[in-house]
Write a protein that binds this ligand. Sequence first.
Ligand SMILES: [Fe+2]
Ligand SMILES: [Fe+2]
Length: 284
Amino acid sequence: MRTVAHISDLHFGREDRKIAEGLLLDLKAHTPSLIVVSGDLTQRAKHDEFIAAKNYFDRFSHPSLIVPGNHDIPLYNVVNRFIRPLDRYKRYITDNLNPTFVDEEIAVVGINTARSLTLKNGAISFDQLRHIEAKFHTFSSNLFKVLVVHHQFVPPPDNSAPALIRRAADVVRRIELCGVNLVLAGHTHKSYTADLKQHYQTGHSILVAHAGTAISKRGRGEPNGYNLISLDKSHVHISMRTWDGHSFVEAQSTSYHKIQSHWHKEHDRARLGYSPDSGNYSPV
Ligand SMILES: [Fe+2]
Ligand SMILES: [Fe+2]
């Protein structure tokens, strides 16, 4: 059994410092094997925002795997946006845009889906697809395989961000062949889970978990939150932990168990009184 903390869309520059401190405490308390950060570290890809993000990540007590999001590419400086889109990300965070984490139970591959041209919509190039395939094929089939991206393969339940990763059907078909069990993503600032087999023609289940915004003031009607995911080869438990004004608490949880190559939902539990507002979406 492994525990992965999945946080997203921190948007330093628009962060709430009290919540940011609360998140560090909650992460430390749960001792995850890995902290995944699925993009949008900053609000406008400014130097001071990246420095704040880096200083924050330096305080993690556990290993982390980070990918960029569209907000980590400069928006208004056209030269930087097109010529040096992720220079600041690489300078302050990591120059590895395809990070990997592997241990005896899980193999996690991150990929950059942010693009200069279509800032809000993500893509995975053919080269990146080949990289994903090569990486996953080096790992034992006994490992639980996780792909980390910023953008979405499945829109949120309220369909408020319908644009998907470019050529999503082709990408899904190929990651299915890699044996990917779970995709972690952000971008929509909505927390939700899905099974790609209900949206694409796949022979296997591939679960998707989106995290909302962990610490920023861009909540889109949802409280700040993150996913704490326990997993092994036949079980996945996704606990959505949200900020209640004082600390992070479990607001909702979803469990799946695997029968042959399909994930079956065991339960979906919401904490009494919790009802995520799925309306009032504005573009991220
Ligand atoms: Fe975002
Ligand atoms: Fe985004």
